[in-house]
Design a protein around this ligand. Structure first.
Ligand code: PLP
Length: 493
């Protein structure tokens, strides 16, 4: 009796997380890949959104399972309760907020990344080598010099945070890492247009600069920053004892896709000795397209640029990137190497590409593989063509809107974002607001399409962001038809 008990303890202690039956798991894993292929192949016939029923939501309330279940059973639950109800970014008529489609190759790469499960924080291993090559590609794409540095991050929010942290570090005029803002100065100011993405304000707040010190410069008719107002604000702030350290230019604003005058802001930063950061989460990668390249002139003059690769490059979440002109400032802003992370001359703990010294994270997912595989498979020309097509589709949609007397275009279309609304002479401003909200809700609820919404000059409008390689021109014909039909239907009742 005693020996049996000992045996079972022995056995339990050698039991790990590997499947009990590898062949059974192989079959199931192949099934998952088959199902994933079908998901992508049939996505256009699916509703663009499906609300999760309460009965399904309520299934997600069971306690911690103390004992396991079979993977087969869990996968069945995935298929019935999870798979139908995501934010369906892969859908050809998903145009909400601003996202990419993901890709099947990206999904496979994500799987392989987890199989290897390499920690991309450091070490003499492939993750750093791969990340360096991907960063070099990004530098080449953005016309950044070869001595520049960069890092892969979760997305645009972190990419802007890294840029602004370097601005603070290099322009504070004292050792902000050591002294902090309590014993140092707290009068540093940062400038951006009133259209700047909210994640920049979050960064300013988390960096201790305070959102009062984020100066929101008014925009012009085309929603780009009014640069004479920028210069005026900097001058006034200096007079009042503030210390202007950074301008954040938007290369593609989230509302309308407007691109600030990058050449001019570069000059202003140069003459004012300020850090020039570009939030290029939407627009930066458009340098790959002919139209984008012209619009983005001057982006290469920035001190840092935030890019979002899970947007217009369609890398599956999460993938962002910051490029930095001065690699020493990048390193000095983030590097902290305690004894237990000190590099060795030989072995796994040697090597030079320790990305943990260039950002906040120590343990890091090997994000480079999915980007590396996707760019190799398609080539940068293809991505440029897809971006160009989306820009053209946006202009096409704008032309449809302009042709339709019951629709009104609300902002100029420069990149791939189109803002418009349904209008009718008999309606008050409030009724217009309510009606357009109703149209949006019905588009979502019917599963026809997922645009989003915004408010421009105080007016609510529908907003279609076309970072989507599955959208066809017919999808936009259909959208306009549906919006007009829903609008007319509501007005006549
Ligand atoms: C999406 C976006 C961000 C934030 O990026 P995340 O990847 O969502 O963190 C920042 N700026 C702009 C202009 C964006 O469109």
């Amino acid at each position: 009796m005693k020996s049996v008990k000992n045996d079972s303890i022995h056995q339990a202690s050698e039991d790990g997380l590997d499947p009990a039956d590898w062949e059974e798991t192989r079959r199931l894993a192949h099934q998952m890949v088959d199902d994933a292929i079908d998901y992508y192949r049939n996505i256009k016939d699916q509703p663009a959104w499906e609300e999760m029923p309460e009965s399904t939501k309520s299934k997600f309330s069971f306690d911690v399972p103390r004992n396991g279940s079979s993977l087969e059973e869990i996968y069945e639950d995935f298929k019935t309760d999870i798979l139908p109800y995501p934010m369906k970014t892969a859908h050809p008529r998903f145009w909400g907020w601003y996202m990419g489609n993901g890709s099947f190759t990206g999904a496979l790469a994500d799987f392989l990344t987890s199989v290897i499960n390499s920690n991309a924080g450091g070490g003499n291993q492939v993750a750093g080598v791969l990340e360096t090559q991907v960063i070099n590609w990004m530098k080449e794409i953005m016309d950044y010099p070869s001595h520049a540095s960069g890092i892969l991050l979760s997305g645009g929010s972190m990419a802007n945070f890294v840029g602004l942290a370097m601005a603070r570090h290099s322009k504070a005029g004292f050792d902000v890492r050591k002294q902090g803002l309590v014993n140092g100065e707290t009068n540093m100011t940062v400038y951006a247009s009133s259209e700047v993405h909210s994640c920049n304000q979050k960064s300013i707040e988390l960096l201790g600069l305070g959102s009062n010190q984020l100066r929101l410069i008014p925009v012009q008719k085309d929603f780009t920053m009014n640069t004479s107002r920028l210069v005026q604000a900097i001058t006034e702030d200096r007079k009042e004892g503030f210390k202007p350290i950074c301008v954040i230019a938007s290369a593609g604003t989230v509302n309308t896709g407007a691109i600030d005058d990058l050449e001019e802001i570069a000059e202003i930063c140069e003459s004012e000795n300020m850090w020039f950061h570009v939030d290029g989460a939407i627009g930066a990668v458009a340098v790959l397209s002919k139209t984008g390249r012209k619009l983005l002139r001057g982006i290469e003059k920035s001190d840092s640029v935030a890019m979002d690769l899970h947007k217009w490059l369609h890398v599956p979440f999460e993938a962002g990137c910051t490029l930095v002109k001065n690699s020493k400032i990048h390193h000095d802003t983030f590097s902290l190497v305690p004894e237990y992370l000190a590099k060795n001359q030989r072995g796994l703990a040697s090597g030079t590409n320790w990305y943990s010294e260039y950002g906040l994270q120590l343990s890091r997912r090997m994000r480079a593989l999915k980007i590396w595989m996707s760019i190799r498979e398609n080539g940068s020309i293809k991505f440029g063509d897809l971006i160009e097509r989306n820009i053209h589709q946006a202009k096409y949609l704008a032309s449809l809107v302009n042709k339709e007397h019951s629709l009104e275009l609300m902002a100029p279309v420069v990149l791939d974002i189109v803002c418009f609304r349904f209008v009718h002479v008999a309606l008050s401003p409030e009724q217009h607001h309510d009606l357009n909200r109703e149209i949006l809700a019905r588009l979502h609820e019917s599963g026809v399409a997922v645009p989003s919404y915004t408010t421009l000059h105080g007016i609510y409008c529908l907003r279609v962001a076309i970072a989507n390689y599955r959208s066809t021109y017919a999808d936009f014909d259909d959208l306009v038809r549906q919006v007009v039909a829903i609008g007319n239907n509501c007005v006549s009742r």
